[in-house]
Design a protein around this ligand. Structure first.
Ligand SMILES: [Zn+2]
Length: 153
């Protein structure tokens, strides 16, 4: 595993423990180059999972693409990178936990939006704007109007 800070390949696992009911293994790693510590999550990979697109095409599920779009939606939001990665793992587990060999892309998008809606409304709107392909400010306005009022903290 390459160090995300200095890109050195020499990193060591310091600690491994199951999390999220055993579906994921969380590993603490440390870098031999810059001494940074970081966490990785290991999860089950179901290779034959396909996505059914709106136009009827079937493509293999691109986990990294979904993870990337969630990271982008949460960029510069007040959520720790480790928490972002944990949420992505949970989402992927939930999708793979459906136990299907093919899932509609709309359902995956909805699951991602449901998760983001609970975490951060800005990230939710960002993700939805890409996913729902907003084209003009009015699309945002209509969408945001339907948001629940923010919970008081
Ligand atoms: Zn490093």
């Amino acid at each position: 595993m390459r160090c995300p800070y200095c890109q050195v390949e020499d990193t060591q696992v310091k600690d491994s423990r199951p999390s999220e009911g055993g579906g994921v293994v969380r590993r603490r790693r440390s870098c031999g180059g810059c001494q940074a510590r970081f966490t990785t999550f290991e999860r089950v990979h179901i290779p034959e999972l396909n996505v059914l697109k709106k136009d009827g095409r079937k493509v293999s599920f691109d986990r990294e693409k979904l993870a990337r779009s969630i990271r982008i939606a949460l960029r510069k939001r007040p959520i720790a990178p480790e928490d972002v990665e944990r949420m992505i793992s949970e989402l992927l587990n939930r999708i793979e936990g459906l136990g299907k060999s093919a899932i509609e892309s709309a359902r995956i998008g909805q699951m991602a939006m449901d998760m983001l809606q609970q975490i951060d409304s800005v990230a939710y709107v960002r993700f939805a704007s890409v996913y729902k392909d907003f084209r003009e400010p009015g699309d945002f306005r209509d969408f945001v109007k339907r948001l629940r009022p923010p919970e008081t903290r």
